[in-house]
Design a protein around this ligand. Structure first.
Ligand code: RP5
Length: 207
């Protein structure tokens, strides 16, 4: 086993189910990584030591995921010149809007490459880290190319399946006719509601 090239840090073990998405992508591209928990607020000394020793230990990229007032990625970026990828996590009552802003709104000179909220953000963090590694690693670059082709093929297959299903459905029960019927029902219901003293809708119509 070679040295890890990517460090994945997260603010809490409650972030793990999401951050595993980043790890899964790194495994797909054959990139060694390490994973740990460190919090900008709860364990600031650990974050400092980790960030300052990362380059010497051979890391090329750091992925940092955190929720709430998510200062983890920014705190790491303040201590290293390695690229830092931030994953805002929607673990708070504000549904991650706090983490998104805290991660993305870095002052000039201290960038954090901020991904989307949620699963896609963690997945993209893995892909983006691979893209950084790929600038100096032909094997990873080739795997990324295959990944893109497979993604394209996957979407095309889904499009073909949908076309086939739509053709069968249109034959049995034309969708346009069904939609038109639904629209008529709705406008009849609206007219009946508007009429003062009109007949109240029956159970069947109301449902
Ligand atoms: C942040 O606070 C963590 O990144 C986590 O998303 C959030 C809640 O942490 P726990 O209270 O679940 O440990 O630091």
């Amino acid at each position: 086993m070679s040295k890890p090239l990517v460090g994945i840090l997260m603010g809490s073990d409650s972030d793990l189910p999401l951050m595993q998405e980043a790890a899964a992508m790194l495994r797909e591209f054959g990139i060694e990584y390490e994973m740990s928990i460190a919090s900008a607020h709860r364990t600031p000394k650990k974050v400092l030591e980790y960030s300052q020793s990362a380059e010497k230990r051979g890391l090329k990229v750091i992925i940092a995921g955190a929720g709430w007032a998510a200062h983890l990625a920014g705190a790491i970026a303040s201590q290293t010149t390695l690229p830092v990828i931030g994953v805002p996590i929607n673990s708070s009552p504000l549904n991650g809007m706090d983490a998104l802003l805290a991660t993305v709104q870095m002052p000039g000179g201290v960038p954090v490459a901020t991904m989307a909220l949620g699963k896609s953000g963690a997945k993209n963090a893995g892909v983006f880290a691979a893209q950084i590694i790929a600038t100096n690693d032909i094997k990873v670059a080739n795997r990324l190319k295959v990944f893109k082709v497979e993604m394209e093929r996957d979407v095309e297959e889904k499009a073909k399946r949908l076309t086939a299903i739509a053709a069968v459905t249109a034959h049995k029960e034309p969708l346009v006719a069904v939609e038109a019927g639904m629209a008529k029902k709705k406008s009849r219901r609206r007219r009946r509601k508007k009429k003062p003293g009109g007949i109240p809708p029956t159970q069947e119509h109301a449902s």
